[in-house]
Design a protein around this ligand. Structure first.
Ligand code: SF4
Ligand code: SF4
Length: 245
């Protein structure tokens, strides 16, 4: 542990982590159910939280980002509970996205680095509260090997320098295991070397998982469920079907 990240360290993180998560533009699949906006680029769903030095680094490069202003009681609570080294920020919106100036959180979504009870970083788990809205979480088979490699390299770089971030991700893994035990459902992971794993509820034992076992959620369970959800919402069906191999 060598202390916190400096602004310029985020340049090194971004350099290590440039790969696209998949060959699909997945925002086209979730946005018909969110007023045309990709869910993870809409602060009504996901408020990007960054280390203050990351914001400093971005501010010196672009005017894409500004400090997020809470809009209701819930978002005020989220901002009030942030660690003092972090802040909530907002970009100008998906139409103005600058690929090279995306935060680490943007690049990684919907994944976080999963740690076992013994403290080993074994793979990528998902931010489970988005399962009903994020297409990618029902389609982990599309994630590219290059993305997995770069994700791990970027986070390991951060963890070597920022013990608080390491602790936060370990805590997040603990909370995920609690939720899995409560629901009596496994946590599905993408292994850091590729392939899929499942963390068993209660025991936290890790076993290999077949692609056919991966969970599908909400509107992404079947073409019929998706078409109905889009119709009920009043959205427009995407040109390409979200049901891919
Ligand atoms: S990562 Fe999930 S929420 Fe974000 S654009 Fe893709 S499908 Fe939508
Ligand atoms: S910078 Fe791009 S990826 Fe990140 S929230 Fe904004 S639009 Fe989405």
């Amino acid at each position: 542990m060598t202390g916190d990240m400096r602004p310029e360290d985020f340049g090194a993180v971004y350099e290590r982590f440039q790969a696209s998560v998949s060959r699909y533009d997945c925002g086209r699949f979730c946005s018909p159910l969110n007023g045309g906006q990709p869910v993870c680029c809409d602060t009504a769903h996901a408020i990007p939280v960054v280390d203050k030095p990351e914001f400093q680094y971005l501010k010196a490069r672009t005017d894409l980002w500004h400090k997020y202003k809470p809009t209701d009681a819930n978002s005020r609570k989220i901002v009030a509970e942030l660690h003092k080294g972090c802040m909530a920020i907002e970009c100008k919106g998906a139409r103005f996205c600058e690929r090279d100036n995306r935060t680490l959180a943007c690049r990684a979504f919907p994944f976080y680095p999963y740690f076992t009870r013994a403290g080993e970083l074994v793979g990528l788990a998902t931010y489970w509260t988005f399962a009903d809205r994020c297409w990618l979480m029902s389609n982990m088979q599309v994630v590219e090997k290059k993305f997995i490699r770069e994700f791990i390299a970027a986070y390991e770089y951060v963890f070597e320098r920022d013990p608080e971030e390491l602790t936060a991700m370990k805590k997040h893994s603990v909370n995920h295991r609690r939720q899995s035990t409560r629901l009596n459902k496994p946590i599905f992971l993408i292994g850091r070397q590729g392939g899929f794993l499942k963390v068993m509820p209660k025991t936290a034992e890790i076993r290999p998982a077949a692609v056919t076992e991966l969970a599908k959620y909400g509107p992404y369970k079947s073409p019929r469920a998706y078409a109905k959800a889009v119709k009920d919402y009043g959205g427009e069906m995407p040109k390409q079907s979200p049901f891919v191999d």
